[in-house]
Design a protein. Structure first.
Length: 534
């Protein structure tokens, strides 16, 4: 073990103690404080700053004094950090609640820290500032840390972008669906989801079929019908429902996750042509459009896909099943449902994740009548279908060979996420032979307990949906003004978190709003929306 000391200390001309790493001064030997102030001035409008390298702490200290940002320092080599802490006084940094020091973090620790602590709607912008003379000394470690930081930031910002786009619609849909949820003693209470009506068969069906709406579904229908005849539990994506009904295949459940009204067309087209569609159980994200509930004579089964308000409902009103929808598409959600229900063997149909032979969906999906009604002499059906097909650029094939299918970045992302999830599941998963992008379902041998179902946590409250909404409205309005959720009590933190997606959407529409004004407007908007339906 090398115990040689790396740090020495000298006084700058302005009188501050400056650390030297292997005889290399980490700061200006003239005036390190002024140097730090100039550096921080380039990020004065940022609300979250990550410094790579601690050094003498001049830049983080300047950031604490000149901004209201959350300050984090990442550094490596705990022995060297110990030398710094014993050789200089960092009490002003360490005693500040806005400052955090992370030493020798793993990639996962860096990623989790950003995901848990950086909230764009609260913090605003984020910037990484390297202490060059320090990072050059351990270049591989800091380059890796910077890459992981960038990846985590992109994930958070991508999620924030989705929140800012859909936040208002999510909130509006959720509170309206709460109003129609059954009372706690109803036979459709959610802690009995596995014994509900037609869904009970899934608990004992070892085999499940998941039906997406890719073009290959047209050629796979006979195989799907044969599998259903053998007793497989058929889970249909909402997009594929009309295709199945038109070909005489009755799915056992239909899953919908889209909060937009485009979901309405999947069901409206179907119900106009098939009256029996009303007997199929609907498995809906709690943020789905409320109008979807009327397309089945059975009470819909709402699930939580991770929205903070849905998690709050789960804890304080009704325990909802939690399905993984992080794959971003309904086929992924169907796979999560099959896992939740305990399927041991799963076959995927229509899972092309690509455009096959210039065709985007199987025949019979909503897109054909949707564009047919909108065609005119200047915009024919073919022109609309072509514009839909080419709305995103195509990616080159991964193996460089010419194929009869085309992928976009979104479709490839969906496929990769499904492959990732499938590799972690215990069930045997196969993909019916099709013409789209091949789905790699290879998985390593896993030695785990063969238990698939996710428990539904939370306790049911003996109140109506209207009572819950009124209580939630009052709790929202009672929130004190703060940009630090940790200063709130546990209940207030939960309520505060539920408002963040809505706040993101409001912020997108009024970028000039300061945080306190933003949260007041969010609270007002929340109360107004709830008052509309009470």
């Amino acid at each position: 073990m090398n115990n040689a000391k790396r740090y020495t200390f000298q006084k700058s001309r302005s009188g501050e103690t400056v650390p030297l790493l292997d005889t290399q001064p980490l700061h200006s030997m003239i005036d390190p404080k002024r140097e730090a102030e100039r550096l921080v001035s380039t990020a004065a409008d940022m609300g979250f700053l990550v410094f790579l390298g601690l050094g003498g702490g001049f830049a983080p200290q300047a950031a604490l004094e000149l901004t209201n940002a959350q300050i984090t320092v990442i550094d490596f080599d705990k022995n060297s950090i110990t030398e710094l802490l014993t050789g200089m006084d960092y009490s002003a940094l360490l005693n500040n609640e806005r400052f955090k020091l992370i030493v020798d973090p793993s990639d996962e620790e860096i990623k989790n820290f950003i995901l848990e602590n950086y909230k764009p709607v609260i913090c605003g912008g984020i910037k990484t500032i390297p202490l060059r003379t320090r990072t050059e000394q351990d270049k591989p470690k800091f380059e890796r840390a910077a890459a992981v930081l960038q990846e985590a930031i992109e994930n958070v910002c991508g999620d924030y972008s989705v929140q800012s786009h859909f936040g208002i619609r999510w909130f509006s849909n959720i509170i309206r669906n709460i109003k129609t949820m059954p009372s706690y003693n109803d036979e459709t209470c959610y802690d009995n989801i596995l014994t509900q009506k037609n869904i009970v068969r899934a608990a004992t069906a070892a085999q499940a079929a998941i039906v997406a709406a890719g073009p290959s579904l047209d050629r796979q229908l006979s195989s799907l019908a044969e599998l259903k005849a053998q007793g497989a539990f058929v889970i249909s994506a909402d997009t594929a429902l009309n295709v199945l009904q038109h070909n005489g295949i009755q799915p056992d459940a239909v899953v919908s996750i889209d909060c937009q009204h485009i979901s309405y067309y999947h069901f409206m087209t179907n119900c106009k042509t098939h009256s029996s569609a009303g007997n199929i159980p609907l498995i809906l994200d709690i943020a789905s459009p409320p109008m979807l509930c009327g397309f089945s004579s059975l009470s819909p089964v709402f699930f939580s896909s991770g929205h903070p308000l849905a998690l709050y409902i789960n804890a304080h009103f009704r325990p909802l099943p939690v399905l993984d929808t992080s794959g971003g598409n309904v086929t992924y959600a169907c796979l999560s449902l099959a896992e939740f229900l305990g399927a041991q063997s799963i076959t995927l149909f229509g899972a092309d994740f690509s455009y096959v032979n210039s065709q985007s969906y199987a025949r019979g999906t909503y897109i054909y009548p949707y564009f047919y009604k909108r065609q005119n002499r200047l915009s024919s059906l073919e022109a609309q279908l072509s514009a839909f097909l080419y709305r995103s650029p195509f990616l080159p094939c991964e193996d460089g060979k010419k194929k009869n299918y085309y992928e976009t970045s979104s479709l490839r992302f969906y496929r990769k996420k499904l492959e990732e999830k499938a590799s972690l599941m215990c069930a045997q998963i196969i993909c019916a032979k099709g013409d789209g992008a091949p789905v790699n379902l290879y998985k390593e041998q896993r030695t785990v307990n063969q238990e698939y179902r996710t428990e539904i946590n939370g306790q049911k409250a003996n109140i109506s949906g209207a009572d819950f909404l009124e209580n939630y409205r009052n709790d929202t309005l009672a929130l004190p003004q703060t940009n630090d959720a940790k200063k709130l009590n546990a209940k207030q933190q939960q309520v505060f978190t539920t408002l963040l997606p809505l706040a993101a959407a409001i912020k997108k529409r009024n970028m000039d709003l300061k945080f306190n004004d933003l949260m007041e407007e969010t609270k007002r908007r929340c109360a107004t929306e709830i008052d509309k339906i009470l």
